[in-house]
Design a protein around this ligand. Sequence first.
Ligand code: F6R
Length: 605
Amino acid sequence: MCGIIGYTGINEAVKKVTQGLEILEYRGYDSVGICASVGGKLEIVKTKGRVSELNKLLANEPIQNDLCAIGHTRWATHGAPSYVNSHPHMVGKTCLVHNGIIENYKEIKSRLENEGVNFVSDTDTEVGCGLINYYYEKTNEPYEAILSASDKMRGSYAFAIMFSDEENTIYAIRQGSPLIIAKGQDGFYLASDLTALIPFTKEYYSLCEGEVVKLAGNKAEIYQKGEPQWKRTDMTYEMAKKGGYDHFMLKEMYEQPKAIENSLSSRIKDGLPDFSVDGMDKSFFEEIKAIHIVACGSAMHAGLVASHLIEKLAFVPTRVYIASEYRYTPPLTIDDTLVVVVSQSGETADSLASLRYAKEKGFKTLGIVNAVETTIAKEADYRAYTYAGPEIAVATTKGYATQVSLMSLFAICLAYNKGKIDTNTAKDLTTCLFSHAPKALGEVLERRDEVKEIAKLIYERDDIFYIGRGIDYQMSQEASLKLKEISYIHSQAYAAGELKHGTISLIECGTPVIAIATEEKLFDKIDSNVKEVRARGAYTILICDGEMENAQECADKVFILPKSSYIGNIFSSLAVAQLIAYEVARLRGCDIDKPKNLAKSVTVE
Ligand code: F6R
């Protein structure tokens, strides 16, 4: 949520920073700006809108001799998207860009205003800038100023800061929001997200909470610690590009079969699930008596599917919590309850706060995370990476699919280690997951044209319902979210049997109702539920297993899933739903990779 990038080195700072901003744009895209250090002066160029708008301004009035710059792409929290509210902000000698929220900014603002500081924007960021400047003018010591200001601020922040009297130098601090520095041949970089640095270098260091870093000339220095401990990433620039696809979302959907294999392969030994690579051995699984899965949005939906499998296979009571609500729920059981925090970005504020809450209450914690070295991964007692690779589209696809695949393997492992399933069953289930999931999903993606036809039938509607039972109900919640977030069509997922207890009154002539039916024992019941809405005028679409009898007569339109297994069907039905969302959004001319009002990596509560 909001993207930060900075560079100081030997040449073309503005070009590098704007290139990085293009990559970071998925983190927020309502305004954008840069500040460059030019001949002892700071020059700011900013605008409402996207990086392309900034590039136009820079093309008209290029910044020359730029060796150092910081940039920001914004997802508005305090103050509407506008020129004044966009970053960088400058107060006195201090200029900065910011991610996060300064919760006590009002109180700081009024104190500074009493001291004569004049603010022009509605943002908390400008107040943070004013506070650092206040201490800087007092001490003339950047480090002291940043630390004193940080001491007074509550909330989460990552700042990249330049001072007008210190040429070609960037300072940075993080507290609760990620910030990464990197070392290139041509100088030093900094960004809120490693992906933005990949075109330039692979050597990076992820700042710890509260660390202040100074990047200048040929030196990166962490205060009171010295030289950072550099690490290397194996991400490539290709991974962060569209690679011939029209949208990142489409590319990432097609990457799913491989991503699922990556998420599973290092955790299967001799055909059985084995999480020892993540430090989770037999006794770890044996001790688990209950599980809380805590996450937001799609990650929470992945938890719903996983909870179904965990209870079905391992008989371990599992509750799924929306992360923003978790802290308001009294911890009922602590002993031997595992809290699993699921997050693609590893930085989602509510998920992180839940993790900290769970640790504070004495729970054992596991982070299931995609982005390596992120805060949730670092702070959880145990971590298992999903290895989906960079996910750029705001709407998650491969992130979700790998969360489901990894947690499905976890469910099998738990059931096996608790003696709820024997070795042969555990092996069969593992094989099913490893071979059927990617295969079934890939086979659906090859039938994109069929889904295009379905999309044409429904894209002009205002409301669409998804219904399902059992695991299909859990999956349909993700299907519905995907559709609404990128197509802006109102959509809701309902347990198929629940619709008639009120919501069925919303069904009108032609309202699309998409039913998912992958479990044989539930075919008859879902068939009845489809009939109920069909009788009330709904346009019905059935996504079902090929074994469902007379499927073609059950609904107005039918998509038969490729022949697979119970587990394979979870992934193939997901692929149909993702394609429906994508094709509907496309027909409606939506900005698929950057849906309105959204941003990836929600680092505010
Ligand atoms: C929807 C989507 C979001 C995220 C949610 C959690 O497509 O991407 O609902 O799943 O914001 O994000 P992470 O997994 O990064 O914690």
